[in-house]
Design a protein around this ligand. Sequence first.
Ligand code: DAH
Length: 335
Amino acid sequence: MGKNINEIKNEALKELESVADVNSIKELSIRYLGRKGIITQFLRNLSNLPKDERPAAGKEANHVKIFLDEQFKNAIKRLESKSIDSGLKIDVSLPGRPSVQGSMHPISEITRQICDIFTRLGFSVVEGPEVETDFYNFEALNIPKNHPARDMQDTFYISENIVLRTHTSPTQPRTMEKQDPPVRIIAPGKVYRCDSDVTHTPMFNQVEGLFVDKDVSFGDLKGILTMFIHQMFDSETSLRFRPSFFPFTEPSAEVDIRCVMCKGSGCRVCSQTGWLEILGAGMVHPAVFENIGYDTSVYTGFAFGMGVERIAMLKYEIDDTRKFFENDIRFLRQF
Ligand code: DAH
C-alpha cells in the first residue's frame, strides 16, 4: 500500500495552506474526499490489508477523513467572513441614522394646549381618580339618587357606590374640600359613559375648570372663556351663551362658538346652524358650596367642563371620534 494515512493528511494540510480562494478549497476537498478522492480510495484499499489490521486502520482513516472535511469547511468559512468584513467600509462622515420617534397622541396634544392656556391665566392643573365614589360624582354635585340628571350620565358601576366617573366635575368638590378659596384649577382626565356611536365612545376626555373667590361673576366666566376660545381657535371666533341646566351650577349655560369650518354660513359640521356647542358652564350652585363647607355669603365661583375629543375634531377636522382610540398608526402619525 503506498502512502500511509498520516502522510496523506499532512499533504492535504500543506496544500490547503497554499490555496487562497474558496473554489480552490472546494476542488481540494473533492480531490481528497470526493467519490474518487485520495482518502476514499485509501479506505477502499483497506480490504487489501490483513484482516486483523483492518479495523484500526479503518478507524484512523475515518478520523482523518472527518478531520480534513472540517479543515476544508472552516477554511471556506474564514475566507467568506473575511470578504464580508473587507466589503464593509465604514464612512465616518455619514450622518447618523435617525431613530424612529413616536408623536404625541392628538388628544394628549389638545389637552396639553388647553392646560397651557389656562395655566397662563393663573389656573393650576389637578387630577382626580377615574374610579370615583357616587358621592363625589353625583351627591356632592347636587345630583341626588333618583335625580333625572343621572339618566344622561349612565355609567359603569363597580359596586353600588363606586362608579367610573361620568365627568371631571368631581374634581370640584375634591379640590374645595382640601383647600380654602381662592381656587383656580383646571382638571383634565378620562371619563366614562354607557355610550357608543360615531360621536360617542364609552371613554372620552374632559377638562374641568373651577374658579372660586370673593366677587366672582358671570362676567368673569365670559371673559375667561372668551380669552380661552380666542387662543385655542382664533381671535375672530365669537361665543354664544345659551341658558341650560346643570344641577351643580345656577345659572347654567351651554357655550357655542361660531362654526370654525364655515365661519357661520352653515355647513355639515354645524348642521347648518353656524354654531358649534363646545362646553357646559355656569355659576357654582350654593348647594355645592354648602356640601363642602364654603361660606356662600362670602364666596362665589364659576365652573365649566369641555370635551377634549370635540375640540380635537374641530381643530384637526376629524369626523369620527372613534378614530382617536383605534390606535391605527397611519392615523396617529399625522399629528
Ligand atoms: N359635567 C358636565 C358634563 O359632563 C359638564 C359641565 C357643565 C361641567 C357645567 C361644569 C359645568 O363644570 O359648570 O356634562
